[in-house]
Design a binder for this molecule. Structure first.
Ligand SMILES: [Zn+2]
Length: 578
């Protein structure tokens, strides 16, 4: 290999990592030198005006999503720099693309695979570079910042998609529908021997065929091969107690707002990679490099197996809509029954700290020590939903329709208004978070009951059938109780609000009329006064008791969740226009 293909990080002996401009220039030079194999494209623009670069490496010039899919080769998307300070993936990717494009090495990795490589997702955060951005991390000398120029963490934005970068990503993902997604990060937290830890989406609604492939590929083959290359890996170590590694490891649980949790909802295999922040930058880059190589080697040795699994997952998701009792788990909790885990850590000591008043933990990397610890690995569903045949989003909520469009969801638009029997959630007792999270005030608590109602749906409303591969995304956006539903993220706050209020003068009269007609109501009122002192002392609440139980209140539809559910008969009626 000629010297002028040394990557910027190699040139600096891994003390530095190249800027966006240097990275782009290197990739443009590489694409120009290897035009049959390496292709540079863009999939969007950041708020500060930087192109979001994507590199496609393919042996036979399959540089478009259509050509890639038609080739039958498996498409692997490797993402780096969603947290821009955690940037091993970028420098590993430059080395690998160089080896493939002009280095005469690793070309066989593209025999049955197409590598789609996202060098820097959070481009604006990457250019917000500083020596002090990652206090826990050992190099490079300067690195980018965790969040975007809009102060948004892209790895919490996968469902709400507030960031322009995320909206661009969703369109890119929908176009490519990669079979496997790898998201490269660096840890924070404890010290231990492993240079890399990982997380697989084994517990959510990911299809069993894809889970089985992940298990077979990663756990039985790729990770052992990676170890044989001189590394040490482990499942992601989410310590139960940061003061005492021996208390064991939990399961952080991911979820739809996270990259791999979202990709699992799209029926695709996903691996979260976390290199260990205290290992030197070179060790972390080489670990990332070797893991990508080991993964591509496996895919090339088992061509078609992953595509078969994801195709099965898509087909079964479509077919599931025919069943009237299909359930989808939405939320999970960690098991209380652990399995044993052998953890290759370091000796550690605990000292009483006069600074924190708590225990001060120090690890001794010179003294490797193996611990047998409990691993609270499994996640159990705590919230499930019976899926409808379709959802209806009324025309008055274009922000919801737009969100579904951004997620590549298929829907049908009503040309005419239509009367329908639907299921509608009645929501009550909402509680909002007192502080913003990712720019929004989450609805943290509420109650939801389903009711059946007849409604007139206006023209321009949309019907979202569940017989589509993205159905799990649809349910996670639109089912109010889903952990990252659009309701929870505050897109539908207005539906909780009461807009008309009765004057006391009018309520006094109304209350007397209602009490005269309804002895049960009087009993309920008396009981509430006896049981609820705050209510008993609140004149407005006592009058509202009657207003809220009158026809005058019903018209306001307070808490009527605008997104509606259709059963199979309802969907058929919509489609025949009856
Ligand atoms: Zn990260």
């Amino acid at each position: 290999m000629q010297n002028d293909w040394i990557t910027p990080a190699e040139q600096s002996r891994f003390h530095t990592t190249p800027s966006y401009g240097e990275t782009r220039a290197y990739l443009e030079r590489l694409a120009a030198a290897a035009p049959r194999t390496i292709h540079l494209t863009r999939f969007g623009v950041s708020p500060e005006g930087r192109d979001l670069i994507l590199v496609v490496a393919a042996k036979d010039g399959e540089f478009t999503p259509e050509a890639a899919r038609a080739s039958g080769k498996e498409i692997v998307l490797v993402q780096s720099g969603i947290h821009a300070g955690e940037i091993e993936g970028k420098d590993a990717g430059l080395m690998l693309l160089r080896d493939i494009g002009v280095g005469g090495k690793h070309a066989d990795l593209l025999d049955h695979a197409i590598l789609v490589y996202l060098p820097i997702f959070n481009v604006d955060g990457h250019e917000n570079s500083n020596a002090y951005n990652r206090i826990n991390q050992n190099g490079p000398d300067k690195m980018g910042f965790r969040v975007t120029a809009q102060n948004l963490n892209l790895n919490r934005d996968y469902t709400k998609a507030d960031a322009p970068e995320m909206r661009a990503w969703l369109a890119m993902f929908t176009a490519w529908m990669p079979d496997l997604f790898m998201d490269i990060h660096t840890t924070d937290g404890a010290d231990y021997q492993y240079d890399l830890t990982w997380y697989l989406e084994d517990w959510g609604p990911l299809h069993p065929a894809v889970k089985a492939w992940q298990n077979e590929a990663f756990k039985k083959s790729i990770f052992p091969a990676f170890d044989a290359m001189g590394h040490m890996q482990s499942p992601y170590l989410d310590l139960v107690d940061h003061r005492d590694i021996t208390k064991g490891v939990g399961n952080f649980g991911s979820g739809p707002r996270f990259s791999t949790g979202y990709v699992a909802l799209r029926n695709r295999a996903a691996l979260l990679v976390e290199t260990h922040m205290l290992k030197p930058y070179e060790v972390r880059v080489r670990a990332t490099f070797d893991l990508i190589v080991a993964t591509l080697r496996y895919i090339n040795a088992h061509p078609g197996t992953l595509r078969k699994a994801v195709t099965q997952a898509d087909a079964d998701t479509v077919t599931r809509a025919k069943s009237s009792d299909a359930e989808l788990p939405l939320a999970f909790k960690t098991t209380e029954t652990p399995i044993p885990l052998t953890l290759k850590g370091y000796a550690f000591s605990q000292t009483a700290s006069d600074i924190s008043g708590d225990t001060w933990v120090t690890y001794d990397p010179k003294t490797p020590k193996t611990y047998e610890v409990p691993f609270f690995r499994d996640l159990l569903p705590v919230e499930s939903v019976q899926l409808p045949a379709a959802y209806v989003v009324p025309a008055a909520w274009p922000q919801i329709i737009e969100k579904l469009e951004q997620h590549g969801v298929r829907f049908e638009r009503l040309a005419h208004s239509q009367a329908m029997h639907v299921e509608r959630y009645r929501l009550a007792n909402p509680v909002w978070a007192d502080k913003p999270f990712e720019g929004r005030h989450l609805v943290t608590e509420f109650s939801a009951t389903l009711e059946t109602v007849s409604v007139d749906i206006p023209a321009g409303s949309i019907v979202v059938p569940m017989d589509q591969p993205a159905a799990n995304v649809v349910a996670n956006l639109l089912e109010p109780r889903a952990p990252d539903s659009l309701l929870r993220w505050g897109f539908l706050d207005a539906s909780f609000e009461q807009k008309e209020f009765a004057d006391a003068r009018v309520s006094e009269k109304l209350a007397r009329e209602m009490l005269a007609k309804d002895p049960a109501l009087k009993a309920a009122f008396d009981a509430k006064i006896a049981a609820d002192p705050a209510f008993a002392k609140d004149p407005a609440a006592r009058l509202a008791f009657f207003y809220e139980r009158s026809h005058w209140f019903e018209t306001q539809r307070v808490g009527a969740y605008p997104v509606l559910r259709l059963d199979a008969a309802g969907l058929a009626a919509v489609r025949t226009g009856r």
